[in-house]
Write a protein that binds this ligand. Structure first.
Ligand SMILES: [Zn+2]
Length: 374
């Protein structure tokens, strides 16, 4: 009797139980779509399922030792992955068209490097370039490789499937309409609504949940390794992570500076001390869109925390709030806080529109924030 035992965080056990039941009862669908917030381990679960499907051990699967399990975890098996790539990367030559001894990076080399990063830390949210997409050429290369599959079970993981462009999505839909025997597709996406409805309807939907704070801490420290400073995964980092180890890993190095800047921004803005505030902004590296919006996310967490403190709710940034001297400025009422939060959100959209430089937007926010309360 073959049993299935997929590993992963306790918070996601219910989703794994569904998968394990389908595997055990031999009714695993040919395509599944794992969706959920970024950095919570969708790719990690996809890899675990790929191993279980390819495993040939008697007894418990995945065994981790058989040929199928090893193939599923081998970054060299590049045909088993699809993910967003930049067009110049997709244009790199293929292994079989490069002469022996050539030093040029082939598309397989580039894919292998990406897969190595995923295997090393599947929670990371910044592996693929923002300019990348899943193009129709990548889909065609994949379907072309089906002919060489042989009779073993094959699992293709389509990571960040919501980044397929239109022609890729249509080509992929055709593949799903006639999946070759013993072939499975596991799609991951943080925004399932961006996928074609016709693709979604052909996949079993698996909605993955965020992790508990304790699990985020544990997973983050595990990824950081035995030499990591435990204090770096602070209460503020856990609060900012909102159940995502990927976000926690993003904030480990950034949280101290971002939280300090957010609290200085608030205090200096309330005191109308703009020249000092503008100097602080200049020193901090928030001149780029991504950095500025990352900072504004922290600032909105801090403003919501002032509201939570008033209502006695648990804080998201307890360390920063403990250091914020609330007596240094006049008491701000709930309405003013709501308006301030909306103003921060408006600034995020304004920066994203790229019509005005992030620095100018942040300076305008400093002046507008808590207008009427100061
Ligand atoms: Zn195995």
């Amino acid at each position: 009797m073959i049993n299935y035992r997929l590993k992963g965080p306790v918070s996601q056990e219910r989703q794994r139980i569904r998968v394990m039941a389908a595997l055990r009862e031999n009714r695993f669908p040919q395509a599944i779509l794992i969706d959920g917030p970024g950095g919570i381990g969708k790719k990690a679960l996809a890899m675990e399922i790929a191993k279980a499907l390819q495993c040939t051990a008697e007894g418990e699967r995945p065994c981790g030792n058989c040929f199928g399990c090893k193939m599923a975890a081998d970054p060299g098996v590049t045909d088993n992955w699809l993910f967003p790539m930049e067009s110049k990367e997709v244009q790199a030559r293929s292994d079989d068209s490069v002469s022996a001894g050539s030093k040029a990076k082939t598309i397989q080399d580039i894919k292998r490097e990406y897969i190595e990063q995923i295997v090393a830390n599947p929670y990371r949210t910044d592996i693929f370039s923002a300019a990348g997409e899943i193009s129709v050429n990548l889909i065609r290369t994949m379907t072309g490789s089906f002919a060489m599959k042989g009779d073993r079970v094959r699992v293709v993981i389509v990571a960040e499937a919501d980044r397929m462009n239109d022609s890729a999505a249509n080509a992929f839909l055709k593949t799903l309409e006639e999946v070759p025997p013993d072939t499975y597709f596991i799609l991951t996406a943080s925004s399932r609504d961006r996928l074609l409805q016709t693709i979604r309807s052909r996949c079993l939907a698996l909605h993955l949940l965020t992790l508990s704070d304790a699990e985020v801490r544990e997973e983050t420290l595990r990824v950081l390794g035995p030499d990591a400073d435990e204090d770096s995964v602070s209460a503020d980092v856990i609060g900012l992570a909102e159940g995502s180890p990927g976000k926690a890993l993003f904030y480990v190095d950034r949280a101290p500076a971002l939280c300090r800047l957010a609290s200085d921004f608030l205090v200096l803005s309330l005191r109308n001390e703009y020249s000092e505030l503008f100097d602080r902004l200049e020193d901090a590296s928030v001149a780029e869109v991504a950095e500025a919006n990352g900072f504004l996310e922290v600032l909105s967490f801090l403003i919501s925390d002032i509201m939570r403190k008033e209502s006695g709710a648990p804080l998201r940034l307890p360390d920063t709030m403990a250091q914020l001297d609330m007596d240094a400025f006049p008491r701000i009422d709930a309405t003013a806080l709501e308006i301030a939060l909306a103003t921060v959100q408006e600034t995020i959209s304004r920066i994203a529109s790229r019509r005005t430089s992030p620095t100018v937007c942040l300076q305008a926010l400093a002046i507008k924030l808590f207008e009427g309360s100061k």
